[in-house]
Ligand binder design. Structure first.
Ligand code: GLC
Length: 442
């Protein structure tokens, strides 16, 4: 057999395999790409004192012993998982991610590994994850499990507080293995019990991918559910990236990404933190996110009794009113057009023939779209229905420069938060990206 046949055959085969993997990744990421909004839940014993989740003892603001005393006050007595799921659904979110275990090691589910968990060490005496997973599924919402790789309370974990490390892996590899068996045992348990659609790891910075056995962990979870999605915080073995708190200013290069963000300045419930973002600000950030092709994972921090603070309920409800009215411009859309063409967030329908413009505040009469080569067949106000007229200005007959489009937006169609316009184009969106031209013969 000529060498080329053999080698070329191999190359095609590996190309096919690569393509297959890509298709698989694409298909499993589909729901995530279309979901746009998720609700993050940080719930744990830290809600009792209203202090930083795990970090408060790690950073030495409270002793570990006193931190753990919070278990006594973690009652969950008003926990209503169905009401949680209902509120999440109403917000317009399509998935939710709950902290099954934060860095402090306190597990919210019925685990056979270790004994720091809601059943054994708090008055709740029950599995808090199981009924929530059920409630989410009943509402057709995807299930995400947050799992901290570090477990600072576990006696065989390396790190304890900022100033004290229990041991180094090189000195005590056996001890590290004990920890890995425990941690991977918990992961297996979670995947068998709840079969999450998404895994949200955190804390990977404390060890390398070899030390975490990241490829093995990934495989373990995918063996159970090949369609499970993993976030990026597994030292390079995840499926999408997770910028935190700060809305990216330039469009992220990653194909799949999710901004996780608090409503105030805390992930968990902190009585003292009243510094909430306004609903307008949250909608503004959300539209920036989807305009750039990402998802927003908006956090709530329920109280120790399981009730959700009223400010957070109000934000989710307000968000829900807006997302429901404007759903056609949100779900299943693609990232919008470059900012030079419209000074605000935009999205595109799947077939790229409808351009959605998000208009903040009162545009005072007209808004501007620049360099749109398409003909606009129709413009309407999303969720309101009024048809709007437009005018093209500055189109020159001697060049294909398309001019500037002005759209009249009367005051009575404005949404109290953010108005959305739909522009039905004659074809897939086509933008003028060249320099201006000079007339050569007049
Ligand atoms: C950080 C923090 C953690 C929080 C997480 C959410 O990684 O360690 O406390 O849960 O961000 O993204």
């Amino acid at each position: 057999m000529p060498l080329c046949w053999f080698l070329c055959g191999l190359t095609t085969m590996s190309q096919d395999l690569g393509k297959q993997e890509e298709d698989l990744a694409e298909s499993k990421m589909q729901w995530f790409k279309e979901a746009k909004l998720g609700v993050f839940i940080h719930w744990g014993l830290y809600a009792v004192n209203g202090i930083d989740e795990s970090w408060s003892f790690y950073n030495g603001y409270i002793s570990h012993e006193d931190y753990l005393k919070q278990t006594k006050g973690f009652s969950a007595k008003n926990y209503d998982p169905l009401a949680w799921a209902d509120l999440i659904k109403k917000s317009g979110a399509k998935y939710s991610v709950i902290t099954a275990k934060h860095h402090d090691g306190f597990a919210l589910w019925n685990t056979k590994f270790g004994n720091l968990n809601a059943l054994e060490s708090s008055p709740t005496k029950r599995d808090l994850i199981a009924p929530f997973v059920k409630a989410l599924r009943r509402n057709n919402l995807k299930v995400g499990i947050y799992f901290s790789l570090p477990d600072w309370s576990y006696a065989d974990y390396t790190h304890f507080t900022r100033d004290s490390i229990r041991y180094k892996i090189v000195d005590r590899p056996q001890r590290w293995n004990t920890f890995l068996n425990y941690s991977q045992g918990q992961l297996k348990e979670l995947s068998e019990n709840y079969n999450p659609d998404l895994w949200w790891f955190d804390g990977d910075w404390e060890h390398t991918s070899e030390e975490w056995q990241a490829p093995k962990v990934r495989q373990l979870l995918l063996n159970h559910n090949p369609k499970a999605i993993l976030n990026s915080r597994l030292q390079g073995y995840g499926d999408y990236s997770t910028p935190e708190q700060g809305m990216p200013i330039t469009r992220p290069k990653d194909k799949y990404w999710e901004l996780c963000m608090t409503m105030n300045n805390s992930w968990g419930y902190q009585k003292n933190d009243r510094d909430y973002k306004t609903i307008d600000q949250i909608i503004g950030i959300f539209t920036d996110v989807i305009s750039n092709g990402g998802n927003l994972l908006l956090d709530i921090g329920p109280k120790a009794d399981g009730s959700i603070p009223k400010e957070q309920v109000e934000i989710l409800k307000g968000l829900g009113e807006w997302t429901n009215k404007h759903k056609e411009a949100i779900y299943g859309t693609a990232a919008g057009i470059p900012k030079e063409h419209f000074y605000g967030p935009t999205t595109l329908s799947k077939d790229r023939k409808i351009l959605y413009l998000f208009i903040k505040g009162d545009p005072k009469g007209e808004i501007v779209v620049r360099g749109l080569k398409n003909k606009i067949n129709r413009i309407w106000v999303v969720g309101e229905g009024t048809k709007l007229s437009h005018k093209v200005v500055g189109k020159v007959y001697w060049s294909h420069y398309p001019g500037i489009t002005y759209i009249q937006v009367p005051e009575h169609v404005l949404d109290k938060q953010m108005t959305v316009l739909a522009l039905l184009l004659n074809d897939e969106v086509d933008l003028y990206r060249e320099d201006g031209a000079v007339i050569e013969s007049n």
